[in-house]
Design a protein around this ligand. Sequence first.
Ligand SMILES: Cc1cc2nc3c(=O)[nH]c(=O)nc-3n(C[C@H](O)[C@H](O)[C@H](O)COP(=O)(O)OP(=O)(O)OC[C@H]3O[C@@H](n4cnc5c(N)ncnc54)[C@H](O)[C@@H]3O)c2cc1C
Length: 447
Amino acid sequence: MTSTSVDVVVIGAGPAGSVASVVLARQGRSVVLLEREAEPRFHIGESLLPYMMGLFERIGLREVLASHDFVPKFGGEFIDPTESKFFSGVFRADFAKQGEGRFDRAFQVERRRFDRVLAEQAAADGADVHFGATVTALLIEGDRTTGVRYEENGEDHEVRATYVIDASGRAGTIANRFGLRRTVEKLRMVAVYRHYAGLDEKHNLGVAGDIQVGAHADGWVWAIPLSEDVISVGTVMPRGVLAASTPAQVFEEHVARVPRIVARLTGTHPTMDLKVETDYCYHSDTVVGPGWLMVGDAGCFGDPMFSGGVLVAAATAVRAAEALGAALDDPTCAQQQIQAYSDFFKTGYDTYIRLIHAFYDGELVASAADAGRTTSQDMLERYLIRLIGGDFWSEHNAVAQEMRKRSEWDTFAPFQRQFGCPAYPHLDEADRKERVQARIRRAATGS
Ligand SMILES: Cc1cc2nc3c(=O)[nH]c(=O)nc-3n(C[C@H](O)[C@H](O)[C@H](O)COP(=O)(O)OP(=O)(O)OC[C@H]3O[C@@H](n4cnc5c(N)ncnc54)[C@H](O)[C@@H]3O)c2cc1C
C-alpha cells in the first residue's frame, strides 16, 4: 500500500470537488482529488444559474467555461395554466432584468463534458487528479479524520491530509460514515427523464436556450436544451404518483400536460431509455467536523426545481477552499473559519430550499406579494429574478427575506446565517443601499 501526505484530499470529482480543488491548487496547496468513475460520466444537473457566472468570474473559471460551446441560457420559462404556483400562465424570468452588474446568462450543459472541463482544470492548476480511485474508508485518529484510504487499479492506497473535503455527492461518504444524513420528508420527490435528439428551436414558443418548467396537478416537467440538436426532458412528482404507475406511463402523461414543451419536442426522438432518480432530498445538520468539511450534494440537496444544485455545490466548494486556505495559513483561526463555512453552507441551502417549498406549497406568489409591501413593483421583479438566478446568500433580497420568516420551511436546526454573496461580493453594499432607498421612497410616497 502506498501512502502520501497532502494539505487537502477531496473525495469526488463532480463540480463541487473539482472547483474546490481548483481554488486550493491555485493557492499553492497540495491537493489530491479522487474520483471513483474511470472518467466523467452521465450525470443529471444540466441547467446552470446566472449567479454561477459571477462565481466563476471571481475564481477565474468563467472564460474557461465560455470557451466551450455550451448552450447559452438567458432565462427560465415557468408555465402554470392554473396560475396558482407561478405568476401568470407563462412567466419568464429574464436574466437581463436582475439589475446592474450581474451576468445576464448562464449555460445549459451536458454534465459529462462540463465535469470533464472542471476536472481537467483542477489538474492543469496542479491538483493530483485520480479517476478510477474509489475512497473506501476514512483514516481516523482519535476524533480527527486524517485522510482516506482508496482503491485504484485493484490496489489500496492511503492519503494523509490536514483536511478532507467530502464532495462525494449523494454517496455521502462522511454523512453515511457518521450517520448524519436526514431525509427532507416534505420533499420526497422522484424524477423520470431522458434526452431527445432532433431538436429544432423553431418549434419553441418561447426563447431559444431557455429552460422550460411546466407545473401540473401532480408535479412539474422540465425541458433543457443541451446542444443545437439535443434536449433533456424530465418529470418530477411525489413518490406515490410513480408508485401507482410506471415510469413510461407517468412520463408520457406528464409531458403531454405541458403543450409548450410538447411543441418544442416536435420532430425529436428519444436517444436513451428513461432514467429514474430517487432519494435526493436530504440534509445533514452537521456539515463540518474535526479534519473534514462537506461540500455540495455530499451535505444537502432538496429538489431540482429552480436548477440551483450545481451553483450551491460550486459556491460551497469555493467557500470551503477559502476557509481551509485561511486555516492552513493560520491554524489558530481554523475553528472560526470552519464554523463560518458551516453557517455559509446552511444559509445557501436553506434559502434555495425555501424557494422550493414556496413552489410546492403554492406560496411563491404570496411570498412575492408580501415582499411587495416593502418594495416597488420594479424592484420586486428584480429580487424575484435574482433569487431564481441564484441570489441565495444576499441579506437584502426582499423575496428571500419574506421566505426566511417561514419556520415551516426551515431545513436545518437554528444556525447563525452567514450572508455575503459568493458571486458578487462587491455588490453586497449596493444591495443594502438599494433596499434602504426603496423603503425611503415607499415611505415618502405613502404607498
Ligand atoms: C432529477 C435531478 C435534476 C437536477 N437538475 C439540476 C439542474 O438542472 N441544475 C442544477 O444545477 N442541478 C440539478 N440537479 C442537482 C445536481 O445534479 C447536483 O446538485 C450536483 O451534481 C452536485 O454536485 P456535487 O459535485 O456536489 O456532486 P456530484 O455531481 O454528484 O459529484 C459527486 C462525485 O463524487 C464521486 N464519488 C462518490 N463516492 C465516491 C467515492 N467513494 N470515492 C470517489 N469518488 C466518489 C461520484 O462518482 C461523483 O462524480 C438535479 C438533481 C436531480 C436529482
